[in-house]
Design a protein around this ligand. Structure first.
Ligand SMILES: *Cc1c(COP(=O)(O)O)cnc(C)c1O
Length: 378
């Protein structure tokens, strides 16, 4: 007979999912109720308000998409792009590449602006691309590139798009909750995130927020959005507060209980305190890694505190080291992606994981596994 599944105990220090607080798990374990039950729709209104706080926005259209963050990326693009439109995508890692792929699937013309992996998006190159393609409709970029651990100047990129009369689309899946994300101050039009990174909620939902300017572009489309599920005109019938709610799809009720609790906890801690906690955990980790002679991939000014990429030292077996950390110490760290596969470890300090005790546990385990002994951190 198949036995009930029992999840092993893990300390999640990879690129997501991050550790989930027991309070969030307990919230999700409550009895399922109807997704049009007034008690549930009232909770949904709170989720929308809490998301506006997390994103620092007054955008009316702010809600969690019932899907992983990749679908929010796709929703952002398919709602505004039509056949023959031009989109400029800045790529400095895996996720910009995914955006570019979606742009071409929309039948739009792709202008790809590439920056070396591990560096922030090159603003001069983007400025040149905007100059060369003044009719482009959208500039897409990744604020916090999880494949490398580099943070880009999202405020500057959004301003460049706005100055050129283009829409901006920002992926801040790894950014939200870990570093400042100021949607209204920066003037970003379409922004999305995920639940399983710095929000420390199980994977499967994608916070999403859209400016009025972008909503007007969606409403002015000449053609229907290619995706039925992602069409904002239809999604908003369920998520917008006005009038009666119409059925669109069955909301993932229990997952949304968890998101509500995770966002409530973030509100209680306060964004500034959460950013400071991530920065402090990063400093502690960076100190310890220096003692272990592990070198960062990204230059100090552009490092994300919540995603620390280090080079796998020469002569050390990447996969075997990660397997030992997982099997003997219960700690998961991330492998490198794409050109970084086998060369880089990605150490996540996201959400609940970003705590001194967890940092110390990993440093201790790494020291033992690498057999070097912890050198005193200054
Ligand atoms: C994790 C991640 C995604 C994709 O999120 P999924 O929930 O896995 O679909 C997209 N962009 C970035 C920057 C990410 O870190």
């Amino acid at each position: 007979m198949t036995q009930p599944f029992k999840a092993p105990k893990r300390l999640l220090m990879g690129p997501g999912p991050s550790n989930v607080a027991p309070e969030v798990l307990a919230a999700s374990a409550q009895a399922t109720i109807g997704h049009l039950d007034p008690a549930f729709t009232a909770m949904m209104e709170e989720v929308k308000d809490l998301l506006r706080y997390a994103f620092q926005t007054k955008n009316q259209v702010t809600f969690p998409i019932s899907a992983p963050a990749s679908l929010a990326m796709e929703a952002g693009l398919v709602n505004v792009l039509e056949h023959g439109d031009t989109a400029i995508i800045a790529q400095n890692g895996v996720f910009g590449g995914r955006m570019a792929d979606i742009v071409t699937r929309c039948g739009a013309n792709l202008v790809l602006v590439e920056t070396d992996w591990g560096k922030p998006v090159d603003l001069d190159k983007v400025a040149q691309a905007i100059k060369a393609h003044p009719g482009a409709k959208l500039l897409g970029f990744v604020h916090a590139e999880t494949s490398t651990g580099a943070v880009s100047d999202a405020a500057a990129l959004a301003r460049m798009a706005a100055d050129a009369g283009m829409l901006s689309l920002m992926d801040t899946v790894t950014g939200l909750g870990g570093v400042p994300v100021l949607v209204d101050d920066w003037g970003v039009d379409i922004t999305y995130s995920g639940t399983q990174k710095c929000l420390s909620v199980p994977p499967g939902l994608a916070p999403f927020t859209v400016s009025e300017r972008a909503i007007q572009v969606v409403k002015a489309r000449k053609t229907k959005v290619q995706s039925w599920f992602s069409d904002l005109n239809l999604q908003l019938g369920y998520w917008s507060g006005q009038g009666g709610r119409s059925y669109h799809h069955t909301a993932p009720v229990n997952a949304l209980y968890g998101l509500h609790e995770g966002l409530r906890r973030l509100r209680e801690e306060g964004l500034e305190a959460s950013w400071a906690r991530h920065a402090e955990a990063h400093r502690r980790l960076a100190n310890g890694l220096q003692g272990l002679e592990l070198d960062f991939v990204v230059d100090a000014p552009h490092r994300l505190p919540q995603l620390n990429s280090v080079w796998v030292p020469a002569g050390v077996d990447d996969a075997a080291t990660r397997a030992t950390l997982l099997n003997d110490y219960g700690i998961e760290i991330g492998a490198g992606l794409g050109p970084f596969a086998g060369k880089v470890w990605r150490i996540g300090l996201m959400g609940e994981t970003a705590k001194d005790d967890n940092v110390d546990r990993l440093l201790d385990a790494l020291a033992k596994v690498l057999g070097r002994g912890l050198k005193a951190a200054e």
